[in-house]
Design a protein around this ligand. Sequence first.
Ligand SMILES: *[C@@H]1O[C@H](CO)[C@@H](O)[C@H](O)[C@H]1NC(C)=O
Ligand SMILES: *[C@@H]1O[C@H](CO)[C@@H](O)[C@H](O)[C@H]1NC(C)=O
Ligand SMILES: *[C@@H]1O[C@H](CO)[C@@H](O)[C@H](O)[C@H]1NC(C)=O
Length: 553
Amino acid sequence: MLRLRLPTVSLLLGPLLGPLLAGPAHGLHVSQRTFAIDYSQDSFLKDGQRFRYVSGSIHYHRIPSFYWKDRLLKMRMAGLNAIQMYVPWNFHEPLPGQYQFSDDHDVGHFIKLAQELGLLVILRPGPYICAEWDMGGLPAWLLEKESIVLRSSDPDYLAAVDKWLGVLLPKMKPLLYQNGGPIIAVQVENEYGSYFACDYDYLRFLQKLFRHHLGDDVVLFTTDGWSEAFLKCGALQGLYATVDFGPGVNITAAFLNQRSVEPRGPLVNSEFYTGWLDHWGQPHSTVSTQAVASSLYNILALGANVNLYMFIGGTNFAYWNGANTPYAAQPTSYDYDAPLSEAGDLTEKYFAVRNVIRKFEQVPEGPIPPSTPKFAYGRVALTQLKTVEEALNILSPSGPVKSLYPLTFVKVKQVPQGILERNNVTTLNISGEAGATLDLLVENMGRVNYGRFNNDFKVGYAHQGQVWINGFNLGRYWPARGPQKTLFVPKHILTVSGPNTITVLELERAPCSGAGRELCAVELVDQPVIGASVTYTHFPVKPPRQTPWPHHG
Ligand SMILES: *[C@@H]1O[C@H](CO)[C@@H](O)[C@H](O)[C@H]1NC(C)=O
Ligand SMILES: *[C@@H]1O[C@H](CO)[C@@H](O)[C@H](O)[C@H]1NC(C)=O
Ligand SMILES: *[C@@H]1O[C@H](CO)[C@@H](O)[C@H](O)[C@H]1NC(C)=O
């Protein structure tokens, strides 16, 4: 049985926002606002003063805009003075030339909200972002040219990048710090040193393009794994090189490697891992609060700049999850064991991190917005509407087959031959008559977001499905495999003015037909289950603390 988690009454946060509304723009004329690197003092300089950021990652594309203010305010109240954020290209340009920048896609609004709440912004516009996001943020339509070499000087790739950044970056320009906005630094590409191509011309192309659209004043930087091997192809003169590493890594050694590329300038850990990602069929990843707190303390004690990846993970709604190679898809929850939970709740890790930060930086006093209440509505019986096969009535050449209840494969003389799954079952023996037609139902389980095999045309078949409430796609479920057993239901998609509709698309075996009909239900619960035991592990699981394993961020 699929179980859903459902928050109901959420507190109104508006009245709490008052004291924080003074954004960083106040008091300074635009012309006096500067943000730069001071190589002589190994520091950033903000308005001419030494400045250190303590930032947290948040992905607006994993959080409904309804919750943006609540999550950002909780980040500010933790003592962060900045947020770090990606911009996923495929989220904004689903089809070539068709752009989405409103509602949950309104990235400009998100950045302005951060500023209103007193947070600076470190922008990571890609074009590749990794992020455990479908195809690392690159639109799948790029693959219409089958031989395209992504993240390289391939002319078709560059033409598409040029066009996209020509749309995005002009929108970002007025939001730069020196132009009155909150954006203090902009990252070029993402962990490029981990990619096989090592194409410096591509990085130089991006550098020129970013400068062209954003101007000469903005701090441009790169981020790579902390070992020298990653920095080799990831760093480029003119882009400030930063590193990423999590708890358990030797901080001195990691920053020494940054120093091998940047002998002077601020120390920066662009991704300090507060937790780790999950895969279907592998145990839920956690990182201990103690490890995060003590390592964060040591980083801050060195005077380094740090971004906590993630501060809040959020949710891979709809079809947005990515996958790693050897093929392993990421589940719907991107909780990440972060200081704020997937549902935006305050955790023990949140308070531990806040206590560390307050030893070094001023942390705002005053009430922290509380976790939102959850409500267990209980069991909801489902009525079966159609089988997938029935919906595809082309499968019935002699016209539709009529029946009171939807029919199974067997009843319409369609015999399922089996299920293929990438990296698991890749061959299938099929018996049939010569001239018979073989139909394939293909499910995209999430395109690879990391590594050489980022050209991900299509992936395997699964046993599993998706759930919608009132038309909002909550994402994929696969409780039989784990570790995630529940889906997060944001409050704002529910209505009190009429009935709410839950739609379930079961791709493997709906228990609703025939004798088992009564088993077909969803349960609305008030506790998430994202760390249940798993039934399947198909490649060795690396403990999350071994950060050099680079399938991250
Ligand atoms: C950490 O790295 C530094 C620099 O390489 C080294 O001197 C030190 O011994 C290392 N510390 C530990 C605990 O391994
Ligand atoms: C493929 O995955 C299923 C779980 O969904 C598992 O039962 C099966 O053993 C796997 N097959 C192989 C060949 O590993
Ligand atoms: C398919 O049939 C061949 C020949 O009988 C056999 O060797 C092979 O193991 C079968 N493969 C599967 C996946 O059943």
